[in-house]
Each structure stands twice: as structure tokens, then as C-alpha cells.
Design a protein around this ligand. Structure first.
Ligand SMILES: [Zn+2]
Length: 107
């Protein structure tokens, strides 16, 4: 008889790292959809919406002056491809898809 061992560890507000008999994957905590393999970068495997930040924040009633000089600042919002819950958001300079991010050492 084979036992099915599943270990689930929360790695972000809406993401779990699931290890099922050595098969590691990242899942959405809201709907359980598989996002990617555990060895992959989830940020690169979900839909992303990039918007100039002042325009996006205005939709929430927050006024921020649009940057006129230098590069524009963007808000990158990433969503679950199955249930569309927002998995994360990052502020970055336009053209930089991977803003500086320091993850805790348990990831
Ligand atoms: Zn989901």
C-alpha cells in the first residue's frame, strides 16, 4: 500500500508550496489551481497587468502626481490564471520586469 504524503507550506498571502510525494508545485490558496512547478518562478507564470501608477491609483481614489521626468513608474499586478484573485503587486520603473526583491530565506 502506498501512502500519499502531501506537505503544504504557505509562501505568500495567496500562494502555497505543495510537496506531494516529491512533486513540488505552487498553488493558488484561493482556488487550488496549479500555478507552476516548485522550481519555477511564479511571477513569470501568471497573467500580469502593467499600468502607470498614478492612473491606476486614481481608480482607488488615491492621487499621486504623475512623474514627468525620468522613467515612468508602473504598478505590476499579477493574478491567478484560474480565479483571477490578485496574487501580488509590485511598484517598479517602466521597463524593469523584475524589480529588486529580497525574499525571506525560507523560500
Ligand atoms: Zn486561484
Amino acid at each position: 500500500m502506498t501512502t500519499n504524503e502531501i506537505e503544504t507550506r504557505r509562501i505568500d498571502m495567496y500562494l502555497n508550496l505543495v510537496d506531494e510525494n516529491g512533486d513540488r508545485r505552487i498553488e493558488c490558496r484561493e482556488c487550488g489551481a496549479r500555478i507552476c512547478d516548485g522550481s519555477e518562478e511564479w511571477l513569470e507564470n501568471v497573467p500580469i497587468r502593467k499600468r502607470e501608477i498614478s492612473g491606476r491609483l486614481e481608480e482607488f481614489g488615491i492621487w499621486v502626481k504623475e512623474r514627468e521626468a525620468d522613467e515612468r513608474i508602473e504598478l505590476h499586478e499579477r493574478y491567478c490564471p484560474n480565479c483571477a484573485i490578485q496574487l501580488g503587486a509590485q511598484v517598479t520603473v517602466a521597463g524593469e520586469d523584475r524589480p529588486l526583491q529580497v525574499d525571506p530565506d525560507f523560500l
